[in-house]
Design a protein around this ligand. Sequence first.
Ligand code: ATP
Ligand code: MG
Length: 390
Amino acid sequence: MHIAIFGCGQLARMLALAGWPMGIRFSFIADTEEDTRCVEGLGAVLRLSEKKAPHVLFEELGKPDVITIEKESVNTAILRELSHFCSVAPNAEILWQVQNRARQKEFLNEYNIPTAPYVRIQQKPQLAEAVKVLGYPVIIKSCEQGYDGQQQWRIHNDGEANAFINSMVEITDAIVEKMLAFSMEISVLGVRNTKGEIAVYEPSENHHRNGVLSVSISPPPTLSAELKIELKSMVTELLRRCNYVGLLAIECFVVDGKIVVNELAPRTHNSGHWTQNGAVCNQFENHLRAICGKTLGSTASLGHCAMINLLGCDAPDELISWPHAHLHWYNKKLRPGRKMGHINLLQENSNELQDDLSHALQMLSSEQNKLHAHEKSSGNAIVRQIVEPR
Ligand code: ATP
Ligand code: MG
C-alpha cells in the first residue's frame, strides 16, 4: 500500500509514523516554499513548483493507491484530476466545501448545525454594516488560508473598527463573526471508512493561548453526559450524510449549556493528539485504516489524558522523564511560538491528571520564560486558567 499526502507538516509526519508499522509507504506533495523537515526520511517529497499533467503528477508520486491531505488549503482542482487515477479521501468536493469559512458555514447551516452568527464581507468598510447586524465584539476571519488564529482580528468597539478599516490589512473575502461568551471549548473527532463504518473518540476540552491551541484534556472533566451524547450524534450524522471517508474534527463552543460549532477540520487534528497515548487506536492510524478500506480501530480511551503543545520551546528534560509523559517531536527549526512538538500525559484518574498538568505547565512556563522573557505573563495566565478550579 502506498499513500501520497498533500502537505509536509507535523500531521503528515505523524500519519507516516503511524503508517510505517502497518506496512504503508508514503510520498508527500510540498508547495513551492514549504518546509519539509517534518517528513524527512519518511518518503519521497515532490514539490509542486510548476503545473504538471495529472498523469505525470500521479507517476511522479509513485502511483499511490490513495491520496490524502494533512491540511484543508489544497488545490481541489488537482485533487479532482488525480481522483481519476486513484482514490482521494476525503474527496475534493467536501474539501472544497469546507476549505473556505463562508462555504463551510453555509454547509453547516444546511445540516441545521448551530454556528456563531456571521456576515460575509469582501471589503473592509462593510465591517460597519456587519457590526450593525451582529453588535460588538466581533472577530473578522479571512475565509481562506487562516490557521492557528492567523488572519483573524478581534474588534470590540468603533475605535478598533475604524483602526482596522484604516489599517494596511487587505481583505477580499472574510466573515465577521459574533464573538461568543463560551464556558468551554470542546472538540470531537469521528472517523468513517470506505465501508461506511463509523467510530467516535471521547471529546476533548481545549485551551488556547493567543488563538493557538495550548492544552487538550480528554475526557473533559466537567462536560455533561448529555452534551457528550449530542456531540457523538452530531459527528456521526455529519459523517454519514456526506459519505465522508477519513477523520473529521469538529471544534465547538459550549454557550449557555448548548453546543455551537466553531469550525470543521477535514483531517487529523491537534486536539486529537492525545489519542496517540490515550486511546487504543490513535487518530492517525484510524485515518489510514479508514481511507485504505480497513476495519476501524477501537476509539476507546485508556485513561485520562492531557496533550500539551510545545509552543516555541524545547521539551524540559525533567518533564519528559516522567514515566507517564510521552514526547512527540516534529523535527522543526525553533521559532518563537512555533508548534515544535507535544507531550501527552496519561493518568488513571482526573485528579492525578490535573495535578500533573499544573506541574507540567509550570515547568513549561519557566522553560518558555527562559527563551522568551516577554511571553512570561501569558504563559502564567494559561497555568492559572487550567489549574484553578472552575
Ligand atoms: P485553529 O487552526 O487552531 O483551529 P483557526 O485559525 O482555524 O484556529 P478558529 O478556530 O476560528 O481559528 O479560532 C481560534 C480560536 O479563537 C478559537 O479556538 C477560539 O478560542 C477563538 N474564537 C474563534 N471564534 C470565536 C468566536 N466566535 N467567539 C469566541 N472565540 C472565538
Ligand atoms: Mg480552530
